[in-house]
Write a protein that binds this ligand. Structure first.
Ligand code: PLP
Length: 435
């Protein structure tokens, strides 16, 4: 590769790429050169503790030697085999996914991104049921190709991009801190989940193929549902014979302290989508379904030229092996608990923090102007992100109110790095408060 200066990287990117990327810290952008574990290094040689993991992709940490070695070895053999042929790593990965996902899930289809996994799941649900419609949640995020964007429940990601012609409607999400129905858990009796019943009873359930939800809403702000939410939802779906698609693109592969986040909630989906940590950074995704649903596609109903290519399959096999060998599921559970405890301790010193909640290393922290009114601290959150970056810690953009900080580091993050990151947060909050 040609040698290039930091300034030229920025100039070429700004001049020759489409303008859709909201690159962060515009007045002093970060140009990433390398990464190791939970640490990112920029072209100025500055290191950062990463609490973002490239949108929860880099669970195994950056440049994991096991994934690199597996990729190098496979590359020497062959790196593209279309799915029309049998290929060795694809067969091994399909079997492995059937072993580690909930017991009813068995048949996989491999694609290349989260949005494609959602496209696959919805096409499959239509084929399996013969019905055209879907129900999704407010503030859900399912990707940016047409069908996933239709399912997405954020109007800001849809503005000017419509019409969205598929038969999709949205019902209230679980978000107890800011309940969309103005109620309080548990006296609410899970009205948000029960509204699904109303929507179906007085709607057209015979038109609905599936309900899709993230088990923990990621882009909305790492929002955890009440523990019985999905049981109530699944009971309603079963009454109407509607499939459940569990979108684990962010939450899957150990991030929440279970291999898949839905395991926290005691229900089994009919279809699960996965991406991000599946490849440990390599672009690969999948939808997996039960035997009954997963045999609904007829040959050539669906196809992806790159889907299931041996490099992607090899990366995924190695990435899953890393999760298992390094006990990353257990580590996420323990470090997540520790991080939540330490963040809650910060609440004693910072009125700006309204709530800290999460599962494993998928954590949301509300920044508010006033704890009583819960008015979102949007400007404060922006300042916090800038102050934190100055102190060598990276977090991504906040959830849908612009004030719910999302914390999802690589699962390999060490206790010492967590402590340093939280000390930096303490300091950054003081700076935001003008102390
Ligand atoms: C839950 C969920 N589903 C789907 C997607 C889309 O993934 P991709 O950006 O790889 O298309 C995302 C992306 O963040 C996601 O969070």
């Amino acid at each position: 590769m040609d040698k290039i200066s930091r300034e030229d990287v920025i100039r070429f990117s700004d001049e020759y790429m489409m303008t859709n990327v909201a690159r962060w810290w515009k007045d002093d952008p970060i140009v990433i050169e390398s990464g190791k574990g939970a640490i990112l290094r920029d072209m100025n040689g500055r290191e950062y503790i990463d609490l973002h993991a490239m949108h929860a992709v880099a669970s195994q940490g950056y440049s994991h030697p096991k994934i690199i070695k597996a990729l190098k070895e496979q590359m020497e053999k062959i790196f593209i085999v279309a799915t029309d042929f049998y290929n060795i790593p694809q067969a091994l990965l399909a079997k492995k996914l059937a072993e580690i996902t909930p017991p009813n899930l068995k048949r996989s289809f491999f694609v290349n991104s989260g949005a494609e996994a959602v496209e696959t799941a919805t096409l499959l649900a239509k084929r399996a049921t013969g019905k055209p419609g879907f129900i999704a949640l407010w503030h859900a995020f399912h990707g940016r190709t047409h069908m996933p964007r239709t399912l997405t429940g954020f109007s800001k990601y849809k503005k000017g991009m419509g019409p969205f012609p598929y038969a999709v409607f949205h019902v209230p999400n679980y978000y107890c801190y800011r309940c969309p129905l103005g109620l309080e858990y548990p006296s609410c009796n899970l009205q948000c989940a029960r509204m699904l019943d109303d929507a179906l009873k007085y709607g057209a359930p015979e038109e609905i193929a599936a309900f899709i939800a993230e088990p923990i809403q990621g882009t909305a702000g790492n929002i955890v549902p009440p523990k019985d939410y999905f049981r109530v939802v699944k009971n309603i779906l079963d009454q109407y014979g509607i499939l459940f698609i569990d979108d684990e693109v962010i939450a899957g592969f150990g991030r929440t302290g279970k291999m898949f986040a839905i395991e926290h909630f005691g229900v089994q989906p009919d279809i699960m989508t996965m991406a991000k940590a599946l490849g440990g950074g390599f672009p690969v995704s999948a939808a997996i379904a039960s035997e009954e649903v997963g045999t609904a596609f007829k040959p050539l109903d669906h196809y992806s030229t790159y889907g299931g290519n041996p490099l992607a399959m090899t990366a995924a096999l190695a990435a899953i092996e890393v999760i298992e060998e390094e006990n990353l599921v257990d580590k996420a559970a323990k470090n997540g608990e520790y991080m939540i405890k330490r963040l809650r301790e910060l609440m004693d010193h910072h009125e700006l923090i309204g709530e800290v909640d999460g599962k494993g290393l998928l954590i949301g922290m509300e920044i508010v102007k006033d704890r009583k009114t819960k008015e979102p601290g949007v400007e404060e959150t922006t300042k916090f992100r800038i102050e934190l970056r100055k102190r060598g810690v990276i977090i991504g953009p906040p959830g849908w109110t612009g004030s719910r900080v999302r914390i999802n580091p690589p699962l390999v993050i060490t206790r010492e790095q967590i402590d340093r990151a939280i000390d930096a947060m303490d300091d950054a909050l003081k700076a935001v408060e003008g102390r």
